[in-house]
Every structure is written in structure tokens, then in C-alpha cells.
Design a protein around this ligand. Structure first.
Ligand code: ASP
Length: 221
């Protein structure tokens, strides 16, 4: 249950690295904006100029949407057109420690200043050695309202559900009821993994130390 997060940062090459520094080198859990950037400088976190983050695909997507009130998710567009967006990872190490990380540019055409679920511990990202590590992707607002990642942990801890059962309840029932489109990846303290989504697809992959491996985009059954 150690945690670190940053939000509304610019020019940070790897925001997860900065979030890790917040977790390990500060007394805080979450830093945002200029304060987070100052903290990054102090701790030698790598930065890049604006151009480094430019994506023609995202720019064109935003151009199409800028005069509308709508927002777009990775999942709203033809998945084959899209090779990057929100990235999440979960892991169990040989000592039984669980970790989760999520990094995102957020939704296209969002209100300036909007923060999604990804950096909110318990909503888009959560890890607890006693239960599971979860990283989410999708329409952030419902994931925040549902406290989605933590809810998976709660269903395991308080109701005795398996990781997969808990993720299915959150993704296919609780999130669906509040129009929460998206999905999540998870690993539990025994090394069970699950990748569950209610969107058309979710780029995903997993690898076990015993050699089992899986990669997929759309539903497999
Ligand atoms: N969950 C992210 C957000 O709402 C977006 C995404 O996962 O694509 O900012």
C-alpha cells in the first residue's frame, strides 16, 4: 500500500518514474502541476521538449473533436489505428510483493485541468500485498466514482472472491451500470492474473515465470 502519483505534469519523459520518486523520496502520495515538475527537477527525473510528446494521430483526433462537447477514449477509435495511449502494468515479484503502475495522457478533448482515474490511488491504480495489484483504462470518471481498482481488492478481502471474479463484478456489473467503459489488468498475491474489459478491445499481455504467456487485443472467447 505504498503509493505515489503525479497529475497535470508537462515534459516528464516517464511519469511513472516521477510517481515512484514521490512514493519513495517524499512524505506525500500525490503531487500535481508545477510543484510536481519542481520535485522532478530536484530528483533528476528526465524531461523532454514538447515535440517529443507530439502524436499526429492524437492531434487529428483532437481536431475532429475540438468544437464538440464530446471526449474520446482510446477505445472509441478503430483499435488498429492506434498503437499507444494509456499504459498500465501490474506485477508480483519473487518476494510476494505486488505493484501497479498506470500512465496516460487522458481523454482527448477533455476540459483543461481535468484529472482522470489513472493517478488516483484506488480508482485507476491500486496495489496491496494482501490482495491484488490493479491498473485500469477507460472512461476515467466512472472509474473514479466506482473506486474501481480498490473495489476489486475489497471484493477479494471482504467477500472472498477470486481476482477474476472480483474484476468481472467491477467491470461487467458495477462499471457497466454507470456507463463506465473500459477494463483493467490484475495480478493477485498467488500470481493469478486476469485482464477484463467491457470495451471492444484492450491491448494486453501477460507473462508468468513458468513460461505461460498471452497477448491479445479483442475478446478471445
Ligand atoms: N482512464 C484514462 C482517463 O480517463 C483514459 C484511458 O484509460 O484511456 O484519463
Amino acid at each position: 500500500r505504498m503509493a505515489g502519483a503525479v497529475a497535470a505534469v508537462r515534459n516528464i519523459r516517464n511519469p511513472v518514474e516521477l510517481a515512484y520518486a514521490v512514493m519513495t523520496q517524499s512524505d506525500h502520495v500525490m503531487l500535481q502541476g508545477r510543484g510536481a515538475e519542481e520535485f522532478a527537477k530536484l530528483h533528476g527525473i528526465k524531461t523532454e521538449p514538447d515535440e517529443y510528446f507530439y502524436s499526429d494521430f492524437r492531434y487529428r483526433q483532437w481536431e475532429k473533436m475540438k468544437n464538440s462537447h464530446g471526449t474520446a477514449l482510446d477505445h472509441d477509435v478503430q483499435l488498429t489505428d492506434k498503437k499507444f495511449g494509456t499504459v498500465g502494468a501490474v506485477a508480483l515479484d519473487q518476494h510476494g510483493h505486488l505493484a501497479a503502475a498506470t500512465s496516460t495522457g487522458g481523454m482527448t478533448n477533455k476540459q483543461y485541468g481535468r484529472i482522470g482515474d489513472s493517478p488516483i490511488i484506488g480508482a485507476g491504480t491500486y496495489a496491496n500485498d494482501a490482495t491484488c495489484a490493479i491498473s485500469c483504462t477507460g472512461h476515467g470518471e466512472p472509474f473514479i466514482r466506482a473506486i474501481a481498482a480498490y473495489d476489486v481488492s475489497c471484493l477479494m478481502e471482504y467477500k472472498g472472491h477470486s481476482l477474476e471474479e472480483a474484476m468481472n463484478i467491477v467491470v461487467h456489473d458495477k462499471l457497466m451500470k454507470i456507463d463506465g467503459e473500459g477494463g483493467m489488468i490484475g495480478v493477485d498475491a498467488k500470481g493469478n492474473t486476469a485482464m477484463v474489459f467491457n470495451s471492444e478491445g484492450m491491448y494486453r499481455g501477460m507473462r508468468h515465470s513458468d513460461g505461460r504467456a498471452e497477448i491479445a487485443v479483442y475478446k478471445t472467447e
